[in-house]
Design a protein around this ligand. Structure first.
Ligand code: GLA
Length: 363
């Protein structure tokens, strides 16, 4: 539906037919939060919400875009990239990183539509980065490779936008498949599929809370993890096991210790969750999600009152194996694993409980 709307929008704004239609999915992470930039493990899933670009190549080096998010236009030249301070930065950042690898880029014009809510922890930025990478690969003389393009998207965000994100969002967007989560090794950049058992449904619960300045709190966590790894003389927290961290806990300040504990145990939980899904053990999978949420709330301190209220509402509702906040944190969405035959009751009861909770707590 939204694909054909994007083609229609292209006709309207560029007065001609597009050559190509690109679809770039959002994602939800089942478990493995803030582990990617520690070279660890994540278990995300591409979702049906997506960003679309209908486009046509141009004979020059201009990129001209119209976005349905706010009815905005943006234009830039590939030989004079600038920081715009807006959504065009994600596209310019990708162009910059592609050019830095020596690729020769051509221009295009495109209409962009998306039904991935922004700021909801569902990776709308990576969807734009990967759609832009795809657009350039289609109109320029280079071949699309999912891992290479995911790395380009991540570098664009690190270097152009200033968010020190890991590789998870870009890699699942580039390599995800329908009905499968991917257990990604963020050091090796390899993955193995883990199918969600057909007896369960993954439900995304958007609190609709958005937090400003997420970037600075996120980058602070990245730095804390790097410092903890340096204290233990390892390249990344991925290289630390629980016994070593526990024995050496006196080497870290209490807050730094809790940050490291989250990452070390979250890596273990992520591997255990992929295993539980493959064994169709939904009870264990749910317990791992619960433990992950507690760790993000208490040790990594990236949850919020609204996210906690949503997790509590979900856990008290029918058919819920487990629920946790998902994504970078401080607002956005939760993810829940639900018995397939209880989904309708789950959704209506969770909604009612969450609304009652936010009214009482004035969230
Ligand atoms: C954001 C980042 C990811 C990852 C998650 C937390 O989505 O873009 O790289 O770190 O937060 O798991």
């Amino acid at each position: 539906m939204i694909g054909s709307d994007t083609v229609e929008a292209f006709r309207e704004h560029f007065g001609t037919e597009p050559d190509l239609l690109i679809r770039s999915p959002g994602r939800v992470n089942l478990i493995g939060e803030h582990t990617d930039y520690n070279d660890g493990f994540v278990l995300p899933l591409a979702i049906e919400r997506a960003l679309w670009i209908a486009l046509r190549s141009r004979p020059d080096d201009t990129v001209r875009m119209w976005s349905g998010m706010g009815d905005q236009r943006a234009e830039f030249s590939l030989s004079a990239l600038t920081h715009s301070g807006g959504w065009s930065d994600y596209v310019q950042g990708v162009a910059n990183e592609l050019q830095r690898t020596g690729k020769e880029l051509r221009g295009w014009e495109g209409a962009i539509l998306s039904d991935i809510p922004t700021g909801a922890g569902l990776s709308s930025s990576a969807a734009l980065e990967l759609a832009a990478a795809r657009a350039f690969s289609e109109v320029s003389p280079f071949v699309w490779d999912p891992v290479e393009m995911a790395v380009i998207g991540q570098r664009a965000e690190n270097n152009w936008v200033g968010m020190k994100c890991g590789i998870m969002d870009q890699l699942i967007c580039a390599a995800g498949h329908q009905d499968q989560a991917l257990l990604i090794d963020c050091r090796a950049l390899t993955w193995t599929p883990a199918a969600v058992p057909s007896a369960a449904i993954v439900v995304v619960l958007d609190t609709s809370t958005r937090r400003e300045l997420v970037g600075s709190a996120y980058n602070e966590r990245v730095t804390a993890c790097e410092e903890a790894a340096a204290v233990f003389g390892v390249a990344a927290l991925r290289d630390l096991d629980w016994d070593t961290l526990d024995e050496g806990r006196y080497r870290l300040e209490p807050v730094a210790f809790r940050r490291a504990r989250h990452v070390v145990l979250e890596n273990e939980r992520t591997l255990a969750m992929a295993n539980a899904l493959n064994r169709r053990d939904l009870t264990e999978a749910g317990e791992l999600m619960q433990a992950s949420h507690d760790s993000m709330r208490d040790d990594f301190e990236i949850s919020s009152a609204a996210l906690d209220a949503m997790v509590e509402a979900a856990m008290a509702s029918p058919g819920c194996y487990g629920a946790r906040m998902t994504g970078g944190g401080f607002g956005g969405s939760c993810v829940a694993l639900i018995a397939a035959d209880r989904v309708d009751a789950f959704v209506s009861e969770t909604l009612a409980r969450y609304q009652a909770a936010i009214a009482t707590k004035q969230l």
